[in-house]
Design a protein around this ligand. Structure first.
Ligand SMILES: C[S@@+](CC[C@H](N)C(=O)[O-])C[C@H]1O[C@@H](n2cnc3c(N)ncnc32)[C@H](O)[C@@H]1O
Length: 440
């Protein structure tokens, strides 16, 4: 297949997966670019005649988070954080060289190591405080031997109803699926994980989903006690590493084995699954999941249906939009309730302040009445004393007048006596002196 497309003339040995080189040699960004140019990764060749999938893997993951409401989430392979940004729950994210530039809104423990080193540590999921992994996304090294080891390690910390999602299980051509990276978009040979799980773990439920760009695989009915993969891991990894040139099987390349992610999401009874996810049987009756003859799993609700795909898509979009509107309404109502509670609090504060004012006002009124009474009393008393002093003045005047008339009487009598006397006094007798001055 490769010869149909222009590949630069470089030796295969130089084409060692640049992803490995980039991460394990820890090269800096400019050197990455130089290295990438040097091996001149080509654009993935035209794809097999594929219908455009109805969902991207990130849209699928976003919906899965929303519907499945995981209490814990483990992500292997973070890169810029696009899938990590979809988590709203307690999360452990593992990548030796994360370069997060998406806004993260989960409760996060970021482990900057390879997944192998992460799982080799004592109690790697300590951050989950004893809880199992509800949802895991395996999207680290794009080689099947790494991915199968990641799965073995992840399953040990899962419950039967947990969900594990692999990325990149549906490469679109041989070149994109090669174990040596040659294309810009690289799926690697992760698709081989499906065959390994079918062979060694027929008890698992496998649901390949037609997501863009390179497909997803949902795995559930997990069994943390099952040791079959662990016992055979070394042999499995050796086989995967030594497989010949990559040839993507027809069913994977044409995606005939894959189910529609939208149908998977909408035909599953998530409420019942959530309710039972800690128990042995994670599939409530009618959830629509069962195995079919090919050995792969599909969903009964995903077969041909009376409703066209376009209608399903439009209806799902409308349901989703309505749910978003309802969510916004709920948020608005909660906000209004919050501000109403604040108003009520303000009103009761104002009422208390008003009562205090009324109390103050009453006291002021009482003071006013009291002081008015005082003023009236003082006025009455001053009127009384004015009347008293007027009376005294009148008395004094009449006394004065009486004294003055007696004086003038006495003087007239003295004058009469003087005229009729036969003798004269040596000096005229007059009543006067101090008394006369005061009487004047
Ligand atoms: C395809 S990207 C992940 C993309 C991300 N999950 C998303 O959807 O946005 C793959 C990442 O896996 C990381 N990786 C490679 N080998 C790894 C390993 N052994 N353990 C953990 N992560 C690894 C790489 O550093 C790279 O950032």
């Amino acid at each position: 297949m490769a010869e149909h497309y222009h590949l630069p003339d470089v030796k295969l040995a130089d084409l060692a997966a640049w992803e490995v080189q980039k991460q394990l040699l820890g090269q800096q960004e400019p050197e990455h670019a130089a290295f990438q140019n040097e091996i001149a990764l080509v654009e993935s060749p035209p794809f097999y005649d594929l219908k455009q999938p109805r969902m991207t893997r990130h849209d699928f993951l976003e919906e899965l988070h929303r519907l499945f409401q995981p209490r814990t989430y483990l992500e292997i392979g973070v890169d810029k954080g696009e899938s990590l940004a979809l988590s709203q729950t307690r999360t452990i994210a593992v990548d030796p060289f994360p370069g997060i530039d998406f806004p993260i809104s989960c409760d996060l423990e970021l482990v900057e190591r390879t997944s192998g080193d992460f799982f080799a540590a004592n109690d790697p999921i300590k951050f989950f405080e004893g809880a199992k992994i509800d949802l895991a996304f395996i999207d680290g090294m794009h080689l099947s031997d790494y991915a199968i080891r990641d799965f073995v390690n992840v399953e040990r910390y899962c419950a039967p109803g947990s969900i594990v999602v692999f990325d990149d299980v549906l490469p679109r051509n041989d070149l994109e699926a090669d174990r040596i990276r040659r294309t810009q978009g690289w799926a690697g040979d992760i698709f081989r994980v499906i065959g390994v799980l079918e062979e060694y773990r027929p008890d698992l439920v496998l649901i390949p989903l037609d997501t863009s760009p390179t497909g997803s695989l949902v795995v559930t009915n997990l069994d943390p006690q099952n040791g079959v993969l662990t016992e055979n891991l070394e042999g499995i990894q050796n086989d995967l590493q030594s497989t010949g040139p990559t040839q993507v099987p027809e069913g994977i390349r044409t995606r005939s084995i894959a189910s529609d992610p939208l149908a998977f999401l909408s035909s599953t009874d998530w409420g019942a699954w959530i309710a039972e996810r800690d128990y042995r049987s994670p599939y409530p009756a009618g959830s629509g999941l069962h195995r079919i003859d090919s050995g792969l799993t599909t969903n009964t609700a995903m077969g041909p249906s009376a409703i066209s795909d376009r209608q399903v898509s439009r209806l799902s979009k409308r349901v989703y939009d309505t749910e978003q509107v309802l969510l916004m309404r709920d948020r608005d109502v909660a906000e209004l309730q919050g501000s109403l509670a604040l108003r009520e609090h303000d009103v009761s504060d104002l009422r208390a302040a008003l009562e205090l004012r009324e109390h103050d006002l009453n006291e002021l009124n009482i003071l006013l009445v009291n002081s008015q009474e005082c003023v009236e009393d003082l006025l009455a008393r001053s009127a009384e004393s004015r009347q008293g002093s007027e009376r005294t003045e009148r008395n004094l005047r009449s006394l004065l007048e009486a004294a003055s008339s007696r004086l003038s009487d006495a003087n007239s009598r003295i004058a009469a006596m003087e005229q009729s006397r036969s003798w004269r006094m040596s000096a005229p007798l007059r009543v006067g002196g101090e008394l006369a001055r005061r009487l004047r």
